[in-house]
Write a protein that binds this ligand. Structure first.
Ligand code: GN1
Ligand code: MG
Length: 364
């Protein structure tokens, strides 16, 4: 089936014009498609959901429909625009479901492409970074009264760092591709981080901090901005909206946006936590959420930054050891570059902990 055929199955009008692939995601395949209707260009985002990662795509979509509905209601209450402020999924004409299943049994979904919007894989503009922080903070607030327990768990134990380390140990033990020897130093470093990085999950497990509805993939390229005004519009990529610690969302966002280089840059000497970017994001995020946080949640925000960085390094390295099956890779060893980059970042985060705490205090 062609992209054009797949588009035809969704309830979107007009004439198909063209399609370009968006290559930035590590999991799903994404295309931007252009249509023409009544002389006007209409754009959509078409995505094939990765079935290896999301075993029940219909339930992923069910979560997304319910979560976006909830956000839409809250945006309406504020009198803001629901056209640009939240993702809108289209339904299949045949099944009346928010996805289409193709000949190969693959699930596709179609979102409205938010007009004149742009996303940033890297960003040096602290105003934009601060707005990304506010957008993720608002996202939290919109979902504060959403029943977390009713969400389908799209990936079990997604940010359960204890479980991630368990899988890491098992992969090292199995060593199916005889790759362990090549990454001995990285393994050793990550194991030295294990105890500290698992603390956040222990707090969740023993009820010291609450489970909230979290986004769980708060890379800043998951926020769309108005191309002209720089205003943050909508939070994207809702596949992993599940119960989690708020420090997961803060931490994941920081490890991505406040890294001086992109997350797979092999030049490890350039990897560092940029404290100005850190502060910009923290300002936006904390200002939005500070009134809802418990004391221990406040204390664990920077632990979240360290945890998410280490956890992702563990995930990249586990995937390398198990034959690069999970993350899309562009070349052999890509996952090793990614893991090394995140390890270097975790080392720098540890060094800057006191400064990070000082900055956070300003916004609490
Ligand atoms: C994946 O697909 P994408 O780029 O949104 C991954 C995240 C990682 C991220 C690292 C479902 O996100 O957890 O942090 O790569 N998503 C999933 O770039 O595993
Ligand atoms: Mg994602």
């Amino acid at each position: 089936m062609t992209i054009k055929d797949i588009c035809a199955s969704f309830d979107i009008g007009g004439k198909y014009i063209s399609c370009t692939e968006i290559v930035s995601g590590n999991i799903n395949c994404t295309y931007k498609v252009k249509f023409k209707r009544d002389g006007e260009d209409k754009e959509y985002v078409l995505q094939r959901i990765n079935k290896l990662v999301f075993k029940e795509p219909d339930k992923v979509m069910d979560n997304i429909i319910r979560v976006t509905h909830h956000i839409r209601m809250n945006i309406r209450k504020e009198g803001a625009s629901t056209k640009t402020g939240v993702l809108r999924a289209f339904y299949s004409r045949e099944s009346d479901e928010p996805y289409f299943i193709d000949d190969c049994g693959d699930y596709w979904r179609c979102y409205r492409y938010i007009k004149n919007s742009v996303t940033y894989d890297t960003c040096d503009d602290n105003d934009i970074i601060c707005r990304a922080g506010s957008a993720f903070g608002k996202f939290q607030n919109y979902l504060k009264d959403f029943p977390a327990k009713s969400l389908f768990i799209t990936i079990p134990n997604f940010h359960n760092t204890i479980d991630r380390f368990k899988a890491f140990h098992e992969a090292i033990e199995k060593n199916p591709y005889k790759r362990v020897n090549k990454v001995k130093a990285e393994i050793e470093k990550l194991l030295s981080f294990e105890k500290g990085a698992c603390l956040l999950q222990e707090y969740l497990d023993n009820g010291s901090i609450p489970y909230r509805v979290t986004h769980n993939d708060t890379k800043c390229n998951n926020v769309s901005f108005d191309r002209d005004t720089g205003e943050a519009l909508a939070v994207l990529d809702l596949d992993t909206v599940m119960p989690g610690a708020i420090a997961h969302d803060f931490g994941d966002a920081i490890r991505f946006i406040a890294n001086t280089v992109i997350e797979d840059d092999p030049d490890l000497d350039s990897v560092a936590l940029d404290l100005n970017k850190y502060e910009a994001f923290a300002k936006g995020f904390i200002t939005e959420v500070k009134d809802t946080l418990t004391d221990l949640e406040k204390e664990t925000m920077n632990l979240g930054v360290f945890t998410m960085t280490v956890e992702l390094a563990v995930r990249f390295l586990t995937d390398y050891i198990l034959g690069d099956k999970y993350f899309k890779t562009k070349f052999p060893g890509h996952n090793v570059d990614r893991a090394r980059n995140q390890i270097a970042l975790a080392v720098d985060i540890e060094k800057k902990r006191t400064e990070m705490e000082e900055i956070l205090k300003k916004y609490f």
